[in-house]
Design a protein around this ligand. Structure first.
Ligand code: ASP
Length: 340
C-alpha cells in the first residue's frame, strides 16, 4: 500500500492533479445560474484511503460528462469493487471465517433517497445494487438472499468473488486463529465517497467486504444509513471506515452531520465523534486494536478526515488543489500515545 501511495503522491505532483484541475475548470465554467455558490460551482469529492484517489478521478470524469453524483459514485467506487488486488472491497475481498465473501454497501442522494445491501454474496458491484434499490424499489435495504435475488432479477451476474489469493490467506488464518473472529485493523478498508456537486448538492456511498474473518452473517456499519454514511443536504455529509461495530454503537456518521448542524466544522465534528467512540471503548479489551476514521464535507465545501489511530488517509479532489492524498489528523498512535 505504501508504494501505491508514493506513486499517487508523485502522480499528483507530476501532472495528474494539474490536468484534473484544467478538466473540470473548463467543464463547469458556464454554470452560473445555481443559487449555491460557495464551492464555486465546482465539485468536491472526498473518499477514504489510497483507493479513493482513482475512485475520485473516475467520479469526476463521470460528472464531467453529465452523469449524476450517485452515478459518479457507483462508477468511482466500482473501480475498487472490481479490483482483485483490493482485499477489502468487492471482488478479491477477504472472506468471513467460513471462506465466504460477503458484501455491504449503501448510497444516498441529496433528497435523502437511500439504497442499501447487506450480507450480499456473489455479486461484484454491491453499490450498483444499492443504487437500483434506491431508484426502483419502495425500500431502503435488502439483505442476504433477498438482495442477491433482487440483483439477479435485475441483470447482475452471479460470480465467485473469492480469489485464489484471498482463499490462501483465509486458509492460513484458519490454521492459527482457532476460528475466533478477531478485531483486526489491518485488513479491511471500506471505500466511502462523498460528493458536493456543482449545484451544491450532497451525495454519498460506501462499499466494503467488511472485517476479514468475521462471523458468517456479520454486517458492519457500511450499509447502515446513519452509521457508515449519512448526509443532510442542508448541512453536510459524513462517512466512516474502521471497526463497524464501534461506528454503529455511536451512530457515527449521523452524529458527525448533527454536530455540523450545530455549527461545528467538519474537522471538529469528526473529532468529537471519534472522542465519543474512544470514551465508550477505552475500557474494552479490544481498545488496542480499535481504529475508526471519518470523512466529512459541509455545504460550503469545507472538508476533513479524522481518525482514532494514526494511519488513516483519504483522497480529496477540489477546484483549488486537484486530486491528492491527505493524511488525517488522529487522536492517538498505535502505542497509545495521545497526540490530539
Ligand atoms: N467499516 C467496515 C466494517 O466494519 C470495515 C472498514 O471500513 O474497515 O465492515
Amino acid at each position: 500500500m505504501s508504494n501505491r501511495r508514493n506513486f499517487i503522491k508523485k502522480a499528483t505532483l507530476g501532472g495528474i492533479g494539474v490536468s484534473t484541475i484544467k478538466t473540470w475548470s473548463s467543464a463547469f465554467v458556464s454554470v452560473q445560474t445555481s443559487k449555491f455558490v460557495s464551492n464555486n460551482n465546482k465539485p468536491v469529492i472526498i473518499s477514504t484511503w489510497d483507493h479513493g484517489f482513482e475512485a475520485n478521478e473516475k467520479a469526476l470524469s463521470e460528472l464531467n460528462i453529465g452523469k449524476t453524483a450517485i452515478e459518479a459514485i457507483v462508477s468511482g467506487v466500482g473501480i475498487c469493487e472490481a479490483d482483485p488486488s483490493n482485499r477489502s472491497v468487492g471482488y478479491g475481498g477477504f472472506p468471513d471465517r467460513e471462506g465466504k465473501v460477503t458484501l455491504d454497501a449503501c448510497i444516498m442522494d441529496h433528497n435523502s433517497n437511500c439504497g442499501s445491501v447487506s450480507f450480499l454474496q456473489e455479486i461484484k458491484h454491491p453499490i450498483a445494487v444499492a443504487k437500483k434499490i434506491l431508484t426502483d424499489t419502495p425500500h431502503v435495504m435488502l439483505s442476504g438472499k433477498g438482495a442477491q435475488d433482487f440483483a439477479l432479477s435485475n441483470g447482475f451476474l452471479k460470480e465467485n468473488l473469492l480469489t485464489p489469493e484471498s482463499k490462501q490467506d483465509w486458509k492460513k488464518w484458519l490454521i492459527k486463529s482457532k476460528y475466533k473472529p478477531v478485531i483486526n485493523m489491518e485488513n479491511h478498508d471500506t471505500i466511502s465517497m462523498l460528493i458536493l456537486d456543482k449545484n451544491g448538492n450532497l451525495s454519498g456511498g460506501c462499499t466494503t467486504s467488511g472485517a476479514a474473518w468475521k462471523m458468517h452473517g456479520r454486517v458492519g456499519d457500511s450499509p447502515i444509513i446513519g452509521a457508515g454514511l449519512f448526509l443532510d443536504n442542508d448541512i453536510g455529509a459524513a462517512a466512516a471506515t474502521g471497526l463497524g461495530e464501534a461506528v454503529i454503537r455511536t451512530a457515527g456518521s449521523a452524529m458527525v452531520v448533527e454536530l455540523m448542524r450545530q455549527g461545528k466544522s467538519p474537522l471538529e465534528s469528526c473529532k468529537e465523534v471519534v472522542e465519543r467512540i474512544y470514551n465508550k471503548h477505552k475500557n474494552s479489551k479490544d481498545i488496542d486494536y480499535l481504529q475508526v476514521g471519518f470523512i466529512a464535507v459541509n455545504k460550503n465545501g469545507n472538508h476533513a478526515g479524522y481518525s482514532l489511530r494514526s494511519g488513516f488517509n483519504y483522497a480529496i479532489l477540489d477546484d483549488e488543489n486537484g486530486n491528492r492524498m491527505e493524511d488525517s489528523q488522529f487522536k492517538m498512535s498505535w502505542n497509545n500515545q495521545i497526540t490530539n
